[in-house]
Design a binder for this molecule. Structure first.
Ligand SMILES: Cc1cc2nc3c(=O)[nH]c(=O)nc-3n(C[C@H](O)[C@H](O)[C@H](O)COP(=O)(O)OP(=O)(O)OC[C@H]3O[C@@H](n4cnc5c(N)ncnc54)[C@H](O)[C@@H]3O)c2cc1C
Length: 368
């Protein structure tokens, strides 16, 4: 019997966790095809204290702690009220949360996947997949700077993020529950100035603002709003975005000792969805490719690592002849999405100050 080849599409947290766990759990060749090269900024930075449990399972806790990300002691928010509410991690047995330098975090995971023996191919974009009868199960086509490359795969993991490139190519559909936009810019904290190490959250009539202090005295600031408001108020332009930020009651004063980094504003769509089929014969989707949460939950990176670990376990179980492992994996994805939706609805429902505002009105009832 030839050794299996596992092809993982996407080298973000989900793809790298799957690669490391597959290498640690048995034989076979692991290839991670990543379209980027970990050189540009990446968005999404707050992780909860129990991310450490996942790093422990990956055997990387000590190495991760040495990376020097910024501790986060909890959050303070103006949500449903004009006064700040506090939620802290001080009694959490896993320690503090963290605000990550996200580019460095993803690059760290990619290096660790290589060190574990996975073949990491950067600048390789997934193009198409052809199911194959027997072994290999798929032929995957990648676009690289040297031309099109074909890989034979016994199992394929879609970890391409919320675009779910492979799964949708194989006929899976995204069941979208909500869609909005985040306009994220970066600030730099002036020398000697101080800023809270709590995640800051402020609801406003047309959305919510978020700020997190990052390593190297940088601060990520994001505004979540609907696409029609984003366009009509030109919030993709830094002048309008900064003017709007200046009108916030808590974030603007907190940022007074820092300056906006010119050119850093980026807008990205935020879909909240789960795939109708997160897995099938010889393929699985993991992380945002399988289900994408509202960033407000602060669970996306945790979920990506956890799905990556579960994907590796599922693949090994399938190879051992467990015929129900794939369906159990898919059920787990659906259940965690349902839990997220229930929590999200309860959280948005706490904000009742602007009953006529479209942003809140659109999110008052769970959309199924
Ligand atoms: C504005 C915003 C703020 C967020 N804030 C937080 C937060 O504070 N905390 C949190 O936990 N989560 C946050 N998230 C969510 C979090 O970023 C994601 O859940 C997490 O990145 C998912 O990891 P992943 O590995 O599944 O996907 P990704 O991180 O998206 O990684 C996918 C990888 O696949 C690669 N790729 C894409 N297409 C292809 C292709 N065709 N071929 C090959 N490679 C490909 C990409 O380059 C990337 O490296 C936020 C998201 C947004 C949009």
């Amino acid at each position: 019997m030839p050794e299996p080849t596992f092809v993982i599409l996407g080298g973000g947290p989900a793809g790298c966790a799957a690669a490391i766990a597959l290498r640690q759990s048995g034989g076979g060749t692991v290839v991670v095809a990543e379209s980027g090269a970990y050189r540009s900024d990446r968005i999404g930075e707050s992780v909860p204290p129990d991310i450490r449990r996942l790093f422990s399972r990956l055997g990387l806790l000590d190495a991760f702690e040495l990376e020097g990300h910024e501790p986060c002691y909890g959050s303070c928010s103006s949500w449903g009220d004009y006064v700040l509410g506090y939620n802290d991690f001080t009694v959490n047995p896993n320690g503090t949360g963290l605000h990550l330098d996200r580019r460095r975090f993803d690059a760290f995971l990619a290096r660790r996947a290589s060190k574990a023996g996975a073949h990491l191919v950067t600048g390789a974009r997934f193009r198409s997949v052809r199911p194959h009868t027997g072994e290999p199960a798929f032929v995957v086509e990648l676009e690289t700077s040297a031309g099109v490359r074909q890989l034979k795969a016994s199992f394929v993991v879609d970890a391409t993020g919320s675009r779910a490139r492979l799964a949708r190519n194989l006929g899976a559909r995204r069941l979208v529950h909500d869609r909005f936009f985040c306009a994220t810019g970066y600030f730099h904290l002036r020398d000697k100035a101080e800023l809270t190490q709590l995640t800051m959250l402020e609801a406003v009539p047309d959305g919510w603002w978020y700020a997190a202090r990052l390593p190297d005295r940088r601060i990520a600031v994001a505004f979540a709003c609907d696409g029609d408001d984003l366009r009509s108020a030109t919030l993709h332009e830094s002048t309008s975005w900064l003017r709007r930020l200046g009108q916030t009651a808590f974030l603007a004063p907190a940022l007074s000792e820092s300056f906006y980094i010119p050119g850093s504003l980026r807008v990205c769509p935020v879909p909240c969805f789960v795939l109708d089929r997160p897995a099938g014969p010889h393929w699985l989707a993991a992380g945002d490719a399988a289900s994408s949460f509202d960033p407000l939950s602060g669970q996306g990176i945790h979920k990506a690592l956890s799905n990556g670990l579960a994907a590796a376990d599922t693949i090994r179980a399938c190879l051992d002849g467990d015929g129900t492992a794939t369906e159990r994996y898919a059920d787990g994805i659906r259940q965690s999405f349902d839990t997220f939706l229930a929590q999200r609805y309860a959280f948005y429902a706490q904000e009742r100050r602007w009953p006529e505002a479209t942003f809140w009105e659109r999110r008052r009832e769970p959309r199924r």
